[in-house]
Design a protein around this ligand. Structure first.
Ligand code: ACO
Length: 428
């Protein structure tokens, strides 16, 4: 017998189906509620709304669990790499050796961007934010591939590989242009993440070999950011895709949604915050007091999460990686010490305990990126490179939902009721 919930309102009882997810998550299906009752539901900010049924990533926020297609994030972080995780997220299964090689070859085949895009890069001002360049140039890259704008199913694998590969090239180019440096072509002999670092930091006619542990740490950051269920940017990609917008346009919208400091931009905000505390010499107690004072408008950046109410498993992995890499490279970053102290103070403070606020994935990731000499304004760009497979997988899921409709939430209107138009000369 299928589960039902009943809702009683204004003397009438409405029976609503309950759908049960594969991890025994129960959700009241209100899709037909309005037709039977005239009622809509209200959930400002979607805090308790399942906007879709999705089979890509599972999060249990109470227990700090994150799985891609069923595989625990801890196991993927230890044994897998970004390219394999991207394949898993997009196509649903871990690749065989042959499938991995084919996908990796596709990434290599499509790593170049059209030469005429160079002039577009050069038309941005030097101080243009790389996130703006990234979203604009992902859309521009779509224009150079008119056959792909519609993205036919039979070419989906190639389209996904093109976008993942070109995003990395565009990201590195946006940095080079901002520095007045020549853009580096990608290399055929380098794997995905090392190739990105080569395009960022390599110099013509000069050997450039990054530390393998640093490359691994950056690759792991990309993997850990590769998908995260219905967050702000992924929901945006699904929303845009549901209107039948193409893959490039939908993912460019995802980049814009990721930019803000409450979402992907938090990795920049964390380093800004730590730098300010470090340079001013402010005591942690004084800073935490400001955070707790709502009128200050200051938040402890890199702390808190809509879903995780215990710990963010990604943060644990990144913190351990941060210690390992800085130790290996012999780097003593005062911001790492400060971050650890700040975490300790917050985790013992009633304000954070009561509200179940823990470090999220952005609290330590920036310190690894600093160790790799990645400039602050590129941090969120790295997040976007990492999140691209998740956006693509979600776009594909929306487009392949046989019952799919355009995403179109309702609202509870609280504006003025009807009033007559007043000619301009009579206003005032
Ligand atoms: N510092 C101080 N107080 C906080 C913080 C924080 N970082 N996060 C939440 N709170 C407080 C809120 O003020 C609120 O307090 P109240 O109950 O007294 O009103 C309570 O905790 C609940 O917070 P909400 O804002 O309702 O939580 P929400 O789920 O809407 O927001 C968010 C989640 C945006 C991540 C929030 O915790 C935050 O702003 N964190 C800092 C920014 C950040 O690190 N973002 C990255 C998130 S991970 C990602 O997107 C990759």
């Amino acid at each position: 017998m299928s589960a039902k919930a009943t809702l009683t309102y204004a003397g009438k009882t409405h029976e609503l189906p309950v759908i049960i997810g594969s991890e025994d998550e129960h959700a009241i299906d209100i899709m037909k509620l309005r037709a039977g009752s005239g009622l809509i539901t209200y959930d400002d900010g979607f805090g308790n709304t399942g906007s879709c049924a999705g089979g890509i990533t599972y999060i249990d926020g109470e227990n700090g669990i994150l799985r891609y297609r069923g595989y625990p994030i801890e196991q993927l972080a230890e044994h897998s790499d970004f390219v394999e995780a991207a394949y898993l997220l997009i196509f649903g299964e871990l690749p065989t050796q042959t499938e991995y090689q084919e996908f990796d070859d596709l990434l290599t085949d499509h790593m170049f961007i059209h030469e005429s895009m160079r002039s577009q890069f050069e038309s941005f001002p030097d101080d243009a934010p790389p996130m703006a360049i990234l979203s604009a140039m992902i859309n521009a890259a779509g224009c150079f591939e008119p056959a792909l704008r519609a993205v036919e199913e039979k070419r989906f694998k190639e389209s996904a590989a093109r976008l993942i590969s070109k995003t990395r090239t565009i990201a590195a180019a946006s940095y080079r242009i901002s520095q007045g440096l020549p853009m580096n072509y990608p290399r055929f002999d380098l794997p995905y993440t090392a190739n990105f670092l080569h395009m960022m930091f390599g110099m013509p006619n000069k050997d450039w070999t990054p530390d393998p542990d640093l490359v691994r740490a950056i690759d792991q950051i990309l993997l850990l950011h590769a998908d995260h269920e219905q967050n702000c940017s992924t929901s945006t990609v699904r929303m845009v895709g549901s209107g039948m917008a193409n893959l490039y346009a939908s993912c460019a919208a995802g980049v814009c949604a990721l930019w803000g400091p409450l979402h992907g931009g938090a990795n920049v905000a964390v380093i800004d915050m730590l730098t300010r505390i470090h340079e001013s010499g402010e005591s942690l107690d004084s800073f935490i007091a400001k955070v707790k004072d709502k009128s200050s408008g200051i938040r402890l950046m890199g702390f808190g999460h809509r879903v995780y109410k215990n710990f963010d498993p990604r943060a644990k992995i990144i913190k351990a990686s941060c210690d390992r890499v800085l130790d290996k490279l012999g780097i003593q970053d005062p911001l790492l010490e400060l971050a650890k102290k700040l975490e300790d103070v917050a985790l013992h403070d009633e304000y954070f305990i009561e509200r179940k606020l823990y470090p999220n994935c952005d609290f330590y990731s920036g310190i690894i990126m600093r160790a790799a000499n990645i400039p602050l304004n590129m941090f969120t760009v790295l997040f976007a490179i990492g999140r691209m497979p998740g956006w693509i997988a979600n776009w594909h899921e929306v487009r392949n939902n046989p019952n799919g409709r355009i995403y179109r939430p309702r609202q509870v209107y609280t504006g003025p009721t009807e009033r007559p138009y007043v000619p301009i000369e009579k206003r005032g």
